[in-house]
Ligand binder design. Structure first.
Ligand SMILES: Nc1ncnc2c1ncn2[C@@H]1O[C@H](COP(=O)(O)OP(=O)(O)O)[C@@H](O)[C@H]1O
Ligand SMILES: [Mg+2]
Length: 279
């Protein structure tokens, strides 16, 4: 388990929900410095997160891109990472994946694609199948190494998971283990449609069982005709032990900027409180 990559991630006293909130306070420690004070002393506050979802095609990429968009607006060097992408086409001699492209467009740190997506697989299917078709074994070390490179070049990193939370990569590695190894606060995107409550609560259980911090959740309107939308949000909010960061309606144009208007990350660990465009 690699823990030290994300050292500045949890400025003491900033955690709003999840595991950190319940930790007992050490008795003799001096009062923790707020993130701003750390920045003033030259230690940059840093926002990094792992975005997972209740399913595939429910808005993880849209929400990840929206977060990157806001970070860039706040003057951050922000980079998206899609460590494993399944479904890529060759364009101008380079493999392209829609998610990876959208994250790259929303961020402002541009690294080689094999850093931001160490495993770019052609087939649009379950990653362990796509990988085996190409004779590739998806392993943690290249992903962790690439993440460290991104971290070195950026103030903020948004890592988008693959599909739901527990997607197999190989016989011995899956996306939940990747989240554990990166040890990032998790943002859960709930695709609002019938059935999402159980999907969401099972995902929360899986996140908490791995001792990961659930930083918050975003309700994204996957089905614009969902009955009792507000009541479903209420039921989720009552059961998810983390703040609701926003409700994204069905957008006419599903762009990062449009979705960003509905997501509020203020108060999350490492969230930049100052910078260009901040209030
Ligand atoms: N709130 C929304 N309004 C309109 N379209 C959306 C919304 N959320 C997602 N979409 C569209 O649904 C599709 C799947 O979204 P995406 O973010 O790629 O999901 P995931 O990353 O979970 O697979 C995309 O075409 C996206 O533009
Ligand atoms: Mg996606």
């Amino acid at each position: 388990m690699i823990n030290n990559l994300n050292e500045p991630l949890e400025p003491a006293g900033e955690m709003v929900a999840g595991r950190t909130a319940t930790l007992p306070k050490p008795v003799e420690e001096p009062a923790p410095a707020p993130a701003d004070a750390l920045a003033a002393e030259g230690i940059p506050s840093r926002f990094c997160c792992f975005v997972t979802g209740t399913d595939t095609e429910i808005g993880k990429t849209l929400v990840s891109a929206a977060i990157l968009h806001t970070l860039v607006e706040r003057g951050q060097r922000a980079c998206g990472m899609k460590p494993v992408a399944a479904g890529a086409e060759m364009v101008d001699g380079e493999l392209h994946n829609e998610d990876a492209d959208m994250l790259a467009a929303a961020g402002n740190v541009h690294l080689q694609q094999n850093i931001t997506t160490p495993y770019m697989l052609r087939a649009a299917c379950a990653p362990h199948i796509a990988a085996s078709m190409e004779g590739v074994t998806i392993e943690p070390v290249p992903i962790i190494a690439a993440y460290a490179e991104i971290l070195a070049a950026s103030d903020a990193v948004v890592v988008e998971g693959v599909g739901g939370f527990c997607v197999p990569f190989s016989d011995t590695f899956d996306s939940a283990q990747l989240a554990e190894q990166l040890n990032l606060p998790v943002i859960l995107v709930v695709g609002m449609r019938l059935g999402c409550i159980s999907h969401a609560l099972l995902t929360v259980e899986a996140i908490v069982a791995r001792n990961l911090v659930l930083a918050g959740w975003v309700a994204n309107t996957a089905d614009p005709d969902m009955a009792y939308f507000d009541e479903n949000i209420e039921a989720l909010a009552a059961r998810i032990p983390a703040p609701l960061l926003g409700v994204v309606p069905r957008l006419e144009q599903a762009t990062a900027a449009n979705a960003a208007r509905f997501i509020d990350l203020a108060g999350l660990p490492g969230w930049p409180s100052r910078g260009v465009g901040t209030t």
